[in-house]
Design a protein around this ligand. Structure first.
Ligand code: GTP
Ligand code: MN
Ligand code: MN
Length: 611
């Protein structure tokens, strides 16, 4: 059916793609918006929508001289992060959601959510956003269409994904052969006639739902990026990981960087760290060691497929950075600072300065007064932080000065090394090299990290976060481990990336970080590359190969020998204490735990002298 709104709205647009038009009509009939708009991606559209957001009070236009064409937003204080307890993998069979995801029967979930969606866009405009993750010229373009009733989402999606009329035309050209992920989003806040909108509409009841078999996403109640920009976590990780399992590739929570040695040798590295554990920082690393250079390809998501030459190639499907703001500054991430200072960005839940610029904890030039993300007066003496710990900047990737040219290659880049890492105060050394792919998969599968503010819930608790994908694996995590192992088995071992495990977050006895991190992490990248080249020495330990103190380039590093040794230390007692936690973690998977991983665990125990 076609709703009246389709006919009456000027920007109604529409499509010749019958299947897509039917879905849009069906959603409109259910959600009853006042208007329907098809997002074109034009500059005029950006201006109109950002003006509308300013008028609604959702956006504050920032100082044109400091942040041109940029905006500040403060969310509802209850809608600030991904809601993992409200996130579901609604596979047909419960066991396919595995032990790590919430599950509900898909039909039950649809009934429940249809109830929530009924009339939920009343008084609002429903936007239809055709988008593609990755390249529209890719062999199999990864299309999506997001329907949303949030202008904030439309504006942010335009930064984070390639959106608009070009994508729609390509979908139409491919006709009924075009596969796209239908992704439905509503803030869940209908407006009665005459009712004044709030700055940040949302609903206390939230659902972030993936239907992996149908390759479909339904999201309700939240406006926060990870819950509402459905091309990102929901599609490019949860749905894409299910696609990747079926089709023999990998969809991973990884940055991609290009490392250039003083001899002009080029290496590509992918790295998976849990949310707020340093991907965006490492992706834009400014090396402190002379002659080494880093360029960026991606800061959050990597899709990896084997190329015809047998190497593993990675592409970044995204078009922007959605980075953690606090802690970002000229020292920790100068390239991110340059990117956002060019403007065209959205800042959410940071502080607003009196001259309409933004500020957050850790940024230089602390203002004497600002307005906190909660809208309160803030001064350096305030007891509360000015910015939410998970406040974010949303900025176009093409503004990044060190974006590698290969970003534009739909084939992607051949990966030499994969890093796994997390936040651990103890136990895990600065860097460990795996013996082989299966051992590396074991490192990834047992990756642990202290929780951060990127998701709601307690902060600082050690949890297992396999491949930094715990909240993003769209199917049974045991099957996911098996998929990783199989990917390695099917490949030419000599061409597989080498897998390393890193920890920038080990603490000394006084609680300070042992390792200075950030630009200094280039020293670890260098060691990894030299290992691959067979040039660097290592000590064999029960957990893998760690650098000898001499093999790590520490020239000019302001660290005592004792601290370097402490950062690299493998303490068998600490690792023995780790084993019961790994066993408890593996026990969750029952029969779905790949035998290969059990063998790895048994080997580790034997090397630690446990029976
Ligand atoms: P998501 O975007 O949520 O997936 O997270 P991310 O992995 O991109 O995290 P990001 O790079 O934004 O890192 C966030 C936090 O990690 C900030 O508090 C940084 O200061 C801190 N961080 C990043 N790199 C380092 C490091 O090398 N050492 C230390 N000590 N902290 C770091
Ligand atoms: Mn992330
Ligand atoms: Mn990030």
């Amino acid at each position: 059916m076609t709703t009246e709104a389709t006919h009456t709205d000027q920007r109604a647009g529409g499509t010749t793609h019958a299947g897509l038009q039917a879905w849009v009509d069906e959603v409109a009939a259910m959600t009853t918006p006042d208007h329907i708009e098809w997002v074109t991606g034009s500059d005029a559209e950006w201006t109109r929508l950002t003006d509308k957001l300013v008028e609604a009070g959702t956006f504050v236009r920032l100082n044109e001289e400091k942040k041109p064409n940029s905006f500040y937003a403060a969310s509802d204080p209850t809608d600030v992060a991904r809601v993992e307890d409200r996130t579901y993998i609604c596979s047909v069979d419960e066991k396919d959601a595995g032990p790590t995801n919430n599950w509900m029967d898909p039909n039950e979930m649809k009934d429940l959510m249809r109830g929530l969606y009924a009339g939920c866009m009343k008084g609002r405009t429903m936007y239809v956003i055709p988008f593609v993750m990755g390249h529209v010229e890719a062999e199999n373009p990864m299309f999506g269409v997001e329907i949303t009733d949030s202008e904030y989402v439309v504006v942010s999606m335009r930064v984070m994904a390639r959106c608009g009329v070009n994508v729609l035309r390509r979908i139409e050209e491919l006709g009924e052969n075009a596969k796209y992920v239908p992704a439905l989003h509503s803030v869940g806040a209908p407006l009665e006639p005459g009712q004044k909108d709030v700055k940040w509409p949302c609903n206390p009841e939230k659902y972030i739902v993936q239907f992996p078999e149908e390759r479909m996403i339904w999201s309700f109640g939240s406006g926060y990026g990870g819950n509402a920009l459905l091309g990102k976590k929901c599609y490019s990780l949860r749905i894409a990981s299910a696609m990747a399992r079926d089709e023999g590739w990998l969809a991973e929570h990884m940055l991609i960087l290009k490392l250039i040695s003083p001899e002009q040798q080029v290496y590509y590295i992918a790295a998976a760290f849990p949310s707020a554990c340093g991907k965006t920082n490492l992706a834009m690393l400014a090396p402190t060691i002379p002659g080494w250079k880093v360029e960026t390809l991606g800061d959050d998501i990597a899709w990896m497929r084997f190329g015809k030459d047998g190497r593993l190639y990675a592409v970044n499907p995204e078009f922007g950075f959605f980075g953690v703001a606090p802690g970002t500054n000229e020292h920790t991430n100068p390239n991110a600072m340059k990117t956002i200072n060019k403007g065209n960005s959205v800042f959410t839940n940071v502080a607003l300065t009196d001259d309409r610029d933004i500020w957050w904890e850790g940024l230089e030039n602390t203002p004497a007064h600002a307005t906190s993300w909660k809208g309160l007066d803030w001064t350096p003496d305030s007891a509360e932080l000015s910015s939410h710990a998970n406040s974010r900047y949303c900025t176009p990737i093409e503004q990044c000065d060190i974006l590698a040219d290969e970003y534009y290659d739909p084939q992607g880049v051949p990966i030499s090394a994969i890093f796994f890492g997390g936040r651990r105060k103890t136990t895990v050394p600065l860097v460990t090299e795996s013996r082989d792919w299966t051992h590396g998969t074991f490192m990834g599968a047992t990756l642990s990290s202290e929780t951060t503010a990127a998701a709601t819930g307690a902060v600082g608790v050690v949890r297992r976060d396999p491949m930094a994908m715990l909240p993003f694996i769209g199917y049974n995590a045991g099957d996911y481990f098996q998929h990783w192992i199989n990917m390695g088995k099917d490949a030419d071992a000599s061409k597989l990336p080498k897998i390393f495990y890193v920890n920038w977050f080990r603490r000394d006895d006084d609680g300070g970080f042992l390792w200075p991190g950030f630009g200094e992490n280039s020293r670890v990248l260098k060691w990894a590359i030299e290992r691959i080249e067979g040039k660097a020495a290592a000590v064999e330990t029960p957990i893998g190969h760690v650098p000898t103190p001499e093999s790590l380039d520490t020239d000019g590093l302001d660290m005592s020998d004792a601290d370097i040794a402490a950062a690299l230390k493998v303490d068998p007692e600490e690792w023995k204490a780790e084993i019961p936690q790994i066993e408890e973690w593996f026990a969750k998977f029952g029969e779905n735990l790949p035998t290969e991983l059990q063998i790895e665990l048994d080997g580790l125990k034997a090397r630690l002298g446990l029976e």
